[in-house]
Design a protein around this ligand. Structure first.
Ligand SMILES: *[C@@H]1O[C@H](CO)[C@@H](O)[C@H](O)[C@H]1NC(C)=O
Length: 185
C-alpha cells in the first residue's frame, strides 16, 4: 500500500478511536448528543460541517466558542440550560446555515442584540421555547438570507425594521403564542 494512503488510514482510525467515547463521527458529522457535556467539545476535527450537540448540560456559549470549526454549517444546541451568550459567541461562522437553540433559558435582555450578526448567511434560526420572548430585531440589514425563523411570542414583541428586511423569510413559527401587543406585524 502506498505510504501516504497507509498514513491516512492510520490517522482516520486513530481519530475515530480518540473521539469514539465522547462523540460519534461519521464523515463531516459529529454527534455529541446526550453525552452529559457541560462544555462545547474543542477536540473534534476542524473539518466538520454538522455538529449535533443537543441534550447536554451546557449553560453558556463563551467567546468564539466555535472558532475551531470554521466550516460548520449546521449546529444543534437544543435542550440545554443555556442562559448566557457571549457577544462574540458565533464569531467566525460566516458560512453558517442552521442554528437551533430551542428549549434553553435564553433571555434576550441578557445578551447583546447583535450576537447573531456574524451569521451572515444563516437560513434557519430556531429560538423557540426559551424565555417566551423573541430577541429584538436589529435596525440594520442582518440575517437577510433567513428563510425559517422560529421564536416565542409574548405581550410586547417589537418586530421593528430589521425584521422587515428579512426579504427571504418563508416560514415564521411562533411558540408559546400570545400575540397581544405586537408592533409592526
Ligand atoms: C446521535 O446520538 C444519540 C445518542 O447516542 C442518538 O440517540 C441519535 O440517534 C444520534 N443521531 C444521529 C443523527 O445519528
Amino acid at each position: 500500500m502506498d505510504c501516504k494512503i497507509l498514513l491516512l488510514v492510520t490517522f482516520y482510525i486513530i481519530s475515530k478511536l480518540a473521539y469514539a467515547d465522547i462523540c460519534e463521527l461519521s464523515a463531516l458529522f459529529a454527534n455529541c448528543s446526550q453525552r452529559g457535556l457541560s462544555q462545547i467539545s474543542q477536540n473534534l476535527p476542524e473539518y466538520i460541517t454538522k455538529l449535533e450537540l443537543s441534550e447536554n448540560a451546557i449553560t453558556k456559549i463563551g467567546s468564539k466558542a466555535f472558532k475551531t470549526y470554521g466550516k460548520l454549517l449546521i449546529l444543534h444546541l437544543a435542550n440545554h440550560k443555556i442562559s448566557i451568550l457571549d457577544s462574540d459567541a458565533f464569531v467566525g461562522l460566516c458560512e453558517f446555515k442552521v442554528l437551533s437553540l430551542t428549549r434553553n433559558r435564553l433571555d434576550h435582555t441578557r445578551y447583546t442584540n447583535n450576537v447573531f450578526r456574524p451569521l451572515k448567511n444563516i437560513q434557519e434560526l430556531y429560538l423557540n421555547r426559551n424565555m417566551r420572548s423573541p430577541p429584538p430585531f436589529e435596525k440594520e440589514k442582518v440575517m437577510v438570507h433567513l428563510k425559517i425563523l422560529s421564536i416565542d411570542l409574548c405581550g410586547s414583541s417589537d418586530f421593528g425594521i430589521g425584521f422587515l428586511k428579512m426579504m427571504h423569510l418563508q416560514k415564521l413559527t411562533f411558540d408559546h403564542c400570545l400575540a397581544c401587543n405586537s408592533k409592526n406585524l
